[in-house]
Structures are given as C-alpha cells and as structure tokens.
Design a protein around this ligand. Structure first.
Ligand code: BES
Ligand code: MN
Ligand code: ZN
Length: 490
C-alpha cells in the first residue's frame, strides 16, 4: 500500500472513493462542501441512518454528478470523544471496506477543525489503514486481500513527513507480525537468528549471534538448560543500533521461545498450537529495531533476543535440576514450563553487564496468570522505576496498546526464594503468577531502571480479544508502536 498527501480541493478529485468522517449529531460529514442539492440530500439521508456512530460506514454512489465515483462516510462517534484510537479504528474500517469492494485506490479528506491536531489525525489514519490491510496469507494459494493506495487530502504542509514516520512505525509492526505468525516448523531459533541477520544487513545494524557452544562456554545457564531438550539449538541474538555518540543505550529484551510445549512439565494439548506465539516478545524487539533504525532515532538501542524451543525429550532439563544463571546465581527448576524467565534472566544480566544501559525493558508472553488477572486486551507492566512506568503509561494512551502496572516488593521477592538454590523458577502455587515471574527477572536487573511487559494476553488475537479493525487474526505486534512512541519522547 502506498500513502501520499495532497493539498487540493477534495470534492473535485477524480477517485474511486472519496472518504469523509462524520461525528454524531451532525447532519453532514466534517468539512463537506456545498454541492449539488440532490447529492447533498442523499448524503444527509445516509448520515441520518448511521447517526455518525463509531465504526459505521455508508457509501453513496455519485453517478457522475461529481468526479468521484463514490462518497464514503465513516462515523467517528461523538465529537468530544475523538482520540488517536477512534481515528485509527475508523481508518482501519475504511481501508477494509475499500479493499473488500475491490478498489485499488481511495482518498480521505481531512477537515481542518477536528479537536485533535492534524499530525495525530494523519498518523492515526496511516497506522489504522496499514495495520488493517495486513493478512497472514503466506501459506494460502488464494491471496484474498487487496491493498489499495491512499491519498490523504489535507492542507497540512508537513503531512508527507508525518506519513513517512507513521509508515515506518507501521512497517515495524507488520514485520513483527510477519515473523510472529510463522509456524514453529518454519521458525526455529536458527531461523529467528537468520531473520535478525538479514534485517541487520538491510538496516545497517550490528548483529551478533551466540551459538549453543558459545552460550555454554560463556555461562548462559538458563538459555542452555531450556534449549537442551530440542534438536533445534538455542541462539542468543543481539542487534545494535547507534544513532548518537557517547550516550548510554536503552536495551530491549524479547522472549523468543519458538515453540513452548512446556518441556517435561508438558502442557495440555488444548490450544498448544498457540504456543508458536511464544516468540512474540522477540518479534516486538525486531520490529522496534527495524523502525528505530529506519527513522534514524537519535538514540542508542540494543535488542537482545534469547531464542529456544522448549521440548520434552531424553536431553531435556528436568524439575529438580539446579542450574547456574549468567550472573552466577543458582536457580532450582520446579516447573520446566516456567522457561521464559530463565532465558530472559540470562539476556537481562548479560545486557546490563555488557552495555551498562540507562534502562532495560523486556517483552514476554510470560504467564497465563497475566491473562487471568488482566484479560486479553491489557498487558501487565512491572517496573522498579516510576519515571519509566509513567512514561510507558503515557505512550500507551497515545498508541492504544493498553497496560496496567502490577506491584512488586520484597514480599514477592521472598516468594521465589529456594530451599536448595538462590532462587526457584516458580512461586508457591498459582498465586500472583505474573508478579512472581517478574520477581525472578528482578533478580537479574538489580538497580538498573527496568520495565517488564507481560504480553501473554495481548500478543495475538485470542479468546476475549476485542475486535479492532487494525488487529486482524494472529499476532498483533503489541508493543512496537508503544515502544517507538516511548523512544521518540526522550
Ligand atoms: N508461554 C507461557 C505463558 C503463556 C501461557 C502465554 C498461555 C500465553 C498463553 C509460559 O512459558 C508458561 O508456560 N508459563 C507458566 C508458568 C507456570 C508454570 C509457573 C504458566 O503461565 O502456566
Ligand atoms: Mn512455558
Ligand atoms: Zn513460554
């Protein structure tokens, strides 16, 4: 899909579909000019029918009365409730409709008098359209989805830059989705590393991959323990982007378990296929690295992705094992299905020791407990730093990727102390499962400013996921837009 801006008289535009927004309690679309009375009346009738309700769409054929073939009117809901999110979802709806009826291009006319600034309007339109027109059809003979080109008609003279930015951000999300959606037989840790390598050569990032023997030799006891049960060997993927001289980096860490069977503590068969999405945290990091480098953000950014396949077998690690993690701490394994925290621990402590970051932020489909606590539309957030948590919350409101912060303190840290080792990989029973998992990670980060996203519920569309035009079936790319907004606001 190609998106461009144009400063012209919309109603004179020869296009297959000219789109306008309409709000509740108004009889004509926003910025709609005075034209032929007959046509104006038909539009008024259509608006009356949909009442400008959020997500409503009506199409009026013009029969050559004006140059455009159709006028599409899309409802934004009540005027005082217009946000990034309502524009994003409405733009997604428009894009899907235009695609469904088979058009190859359309125009959206932006009014000057919306209650949000035009940068917000334009970037939300671009995001909504690009993200809605994604479908994971790599393995389908009939590729059904048409992706029409979009012209945004606006008097904003900086529109082109806004479009370019929003396009890079959206491409980051789509890239994350495209890897996250891959089946586990086509995305093992080595293949995951391959994707990072090709991204790094396209985007001039530095890329380092640690093999199984290097991981062993360097003391990555968590990654090697979890990875030892699979013939698909574990990898540690490191991407470096340098956009500023002499500045401490931000580190992003992402869990990439390419398939999580649970290992010896094996999972039930029901929905086990969904554990191909257990690599989504790593994919989020890839998406952010891609976009951050394309946007040439003036920061230093390190992406660290521990990647393993968690399998049962004769070589697997077991409940009862005591392993030594990267920083020297020992961990007692009580459940091999609590594997994410083990590989993240190594990645976090390696990152902190190697790069002395100003902050470290991780993304992981870490606990089923997070879904129990918050459902599938809000990610869990645990942090040791109020500034970071507040900034994340702010970005979250901008991007519509919802988060809710959970507490952490010494009582929770005590819950993962082990009788036989320094720490253990599960808490007592199922209580506070998301927080005890985070407490395990907190042992790796110490005083380094840190935030942890548990994206178990939000990384892909699953039971209870709210239907959003711009989040089609499969992986959502949750966190990519949020993190880019965060990094954009120093
Ligand atoms: N990848 C899972 C968490 C998960 C489950 C994410 C379902 C999304 C949907 C993780 O590795 C896991 O298995 N966690 C266990 C931890 C438990 C054994 C302490 C869980 O949540 O059951
Ligand atoms: Mn697991
Ligand atoms: Zn897992």
């Amino acid at each position: 899909m190609f998106v461009k801006a144009e400063n012209s008289n919309a109603i004179k535009k020869k296009t297959k579909s000219l789109c306008y927004f309409v709000t509740e309690k108004s009889d004509l679309p926003l910025g709609f000019p005075k034209i032929d009375q007959k046509l104006t009346n038909s539009i008024k009738e259509a608006v009356k029918e949909t009442k400008g309700k959020l997500g409503s769409i009506s199409i009026i054929h013009t029969h050559d009365m004006i140059p455009t073939q159709r006028i599409l009117v899309a409802g934004l809901g009540p005027r005082h409730k217009i946000t990034h999110e309502s524009i994003r979802t409405t733009s997604g709806k428009i894009a899907k409709k235009v695609s469904d009826i088979g058009l190859d291009e359309y125009c959206i006319s932006i009014p000057n008098n919306l209650p949000v600034n035009s940068k917000v309007v334009i970037s939300s339109i671009v995001e909504g359209a690009r993200l809605a027109l994604y479908s994971f059809d790599k393995y389908k003979k009939d590729k059904k989805l048409k992706t029409p080109n979009l012209t945004i008609i606006t008097s904003d003279t900086t529109a082109s830059q806004t479009i370019a930015k929003a396009s890079s951000v959206s491409e980051g999300v789509l890239y994350a989705r495209s890897i996250a959606n891959l089946p586990p037989n086509e995305c093992n840790p080595a293949q995951m590393a391959g994707f990072a390598k090709s991204l790094s050569s396209k985007n001039k990032l530095k890329c380092t991959i640690f093999s199984k023997s290097e991981l062993k030799q360097k003391g990555f006891g968590g990654i090697t323990a979890v990875g030892q049960g699979s013939k698909n060997e574990p990898k540690l993927i490191i991407l470096e982007y340098h956009g500023k001289k002499d500045a401490k980096p931000t580190i992003l860490v992402g869990k990439a378990v390419t398939f999580d069977t649970g290992g010896i503590s094996i999972k039930p068969a029901d929905k086990m296929d969904e554990m191909k999405f257990d690599k989504c945290g790593g994919c989020t990091v890839l998406g952010v690295m891609k976009a951050a480098s394309e946007l040439k953000l003036p920061i230093n950014l390190i992406g660290i992705i521990p990647s393993v396949e968690n399998m049962p077998g004769g070589e697997s690690y077991r409940p009862g094992d005591i392993i030594r993690l990267y920083d020297g701490k020992t961990a007692e394994i009580l459940n091999t299905d609590a594997e994410g925290r083990l590989i993240l621990f190594d990645a976090l402590s390696y990152g902190i020791k190697t790069y002395k970051p100003k902050e470290i932020i991780d993304f992981a489909t870490l606990t089923g407990a997070c879904i129990v606590a918050l459902g599938t539309n809000v990610a869990g957030l645990v942090s040791n730093n109020k500034k970071i948590a507040d900034k994340i919350s702010k970005s979250s409101h901008t991007t519509g990727e919802q988060v809710w912060q959970l507490p952490i303190n010494d009582d929770y840290m005590d819950m993962i102390k082990s009788d036989y080792a320094d720490i253990r990989n599960t808490g007592p029973g199922r209580v506070a499962g998301t927080i005890t998992a985070a407490a395990f990670l907190a042992n790796a980060v110490g005083n380094t400013p840190w935030a942890h996203f548990d994206i178990a519920g939000t990384a892909w569309i699953q039971g209870g996921s709210k239907e959003k035009s711009y989040n089609p079936k499969g992986a959502t790319g949750f966190g990519v837009r949020l993190m880019l907004d965060y990094l954009n606001n120093p």
